[in-house]
Design a binder for this molecule. Structure first.
Ligand SMILES: Cc1cc2nc3c(=O)[nH]c(=O)nc-3n(C[C@H](O)[C@H](O)[C@H](O)COP(=O)(O)OP(=O)(O)OC[C@H]3O[C@@H](n4cnc5c(N)ncnc54)[C@H](O)[C@@H]3O)c2cc1C
Length: 290
């Protein structure tokens, strides 16, 4: 339970932090809330020579709308989303997601940026960000670049972030009128990772048909998964029970989970289907103002 020795750095500015990462290359890691990284180091499942703590850098914790996006600072803690009126009122999918991550103790420390940068397909934010079609801002020695969420998760615990880049912002497009979303998660007990979970975000047209649909699945493969066939199927259709059921079936078929102590493959695929049907129904109801 004691990590291997490492050098601890606590830079006061972003350029300093980026310079430290660039200097130490692959032997350095960003430390944010520490809720995934520290257990990993303590269990000696990983080892680093340098930890670059970004907790003392000002200006990385915020949640605000600006320029057509909800902008979330990379070091924003889950608790901040829970306490944000804007998130609770206008971003129900994000509010649902935050509420089921771990427990209040973890949520007081864990950050949204860390949840995404960890690249764990069992983490909850990735699916929600896929459904929202979010963008990730990464800051490195050459400045900031924007990565569409579909290009961000590159493999199991792998992301498009370079070793000398820091995830500094998450951008969610402000949903148009008649939009709604929901996140539903099956967990063995409160605070557990998902056995299966589904994120749904829809926008309805003036006539009530689904104009845009986003569906992300948690723990459904080596990377967080977009259920593209289900999204395509929904476009232009009314969100009635039969349509949502068919879309959910497509999502369940797309899921490719691994068997583990949380369940067998067939069970997890079935749960992905069931949760997608329910998340879509809730998202449509919310978009209708229910
Ligand atoms: C008891 C417990 C229960 C949990 N349950 C859940 C759950 O139900 N759902 C869920 O989604 N998660 C869960 N987690 C995992 C954890 O909440 C998330 O992975 C967490 O949000 C990670 O954020 P962090 O700030 O703590 O990241 P850290 O642990 O500090 O870092 C995680 C990884 O991301 C990298 N990183 C962090 N921030 C950045 C950044 N800004 N730029 C570049 N790289 C960065 C680090 O180098 C490291 O590789 C649980 C954790 C615990 C301890």
């Amino acid at each position: 339970m004691i990590p291997a020795p490492f050098d601890y750095h606590a830079p006061a500015t972003l350029p300093e932090a980026v310079a430290l990462l660039a200097k130490h290359g692959g032997s350095a890691k960003v430390l944010s809330g520490g809720q995934s990284l520290l257990p990993l180091l303590k269990l000696r499942l990983g080892q680093v020579e340098h930890l670059v703590d970004i907790g003392k850098i000002p200006g990385l914790e915020y949640v605000r709308e600006d320029g057509g996006f909800l902008k979330i600072g990379g070091r924003t803690r889950e608790a901040a989303l829970e306490h944000s009126d804007l998130v609770q009122k206008k971003y129900p999918l994000l509010a649902d997601t935050t509420a089921v991550i771990a427990d209040p103790l973890v949520r007081n420390l864990a950050t949204v940026g860390g949840n995404l940068a960890h690249g764990d397909p069992a983490n909850d934010h990735p699916a929600a960000m896929l459904a929202y079609r979010a963008e990730i801002v990464a800051t490195g020695p050459k400045g900031a670049r924007t990565i569409p969420i579909d290009q961000f998760f590159t493999g199991l615990f792998q992301t498009a972030l370079q070793p000398d880049e820091i995830l500094t912002e998450i951008r969610i497009p402000v949903p148009p009128a008649r939009s709604g979303g929901a996140y539903l998660k099956l967990e063995r007990k409160v605070g557990d990772y998902a056995t299966a979970a589904s994120a749904a975000q829809v926008t309805l047209g003036a006539g009530g048909a689904i104009e845009k649909a986003g569906i992300g699945l948690t723990d459904a493969g080596p990377t967080p998964l977009r259920a593209s066939a289900a999204e395509d199927f929904l476009r232009g259709k009314k969100g009635d029970a039969a349509t949502l059921a068919e879309a959910a079936k497509l999502a369940g078929e797309a899921a490719s989970p691994s068997a583990d102590r949380r369940g067998a493959v067939a069970y997890k695929k079935e749960m992905a289907r069931v949760l997608t049907a329910r998340a879509l129904a809730k998202a449509v109801a919310r978009a209708q103002g229910a």
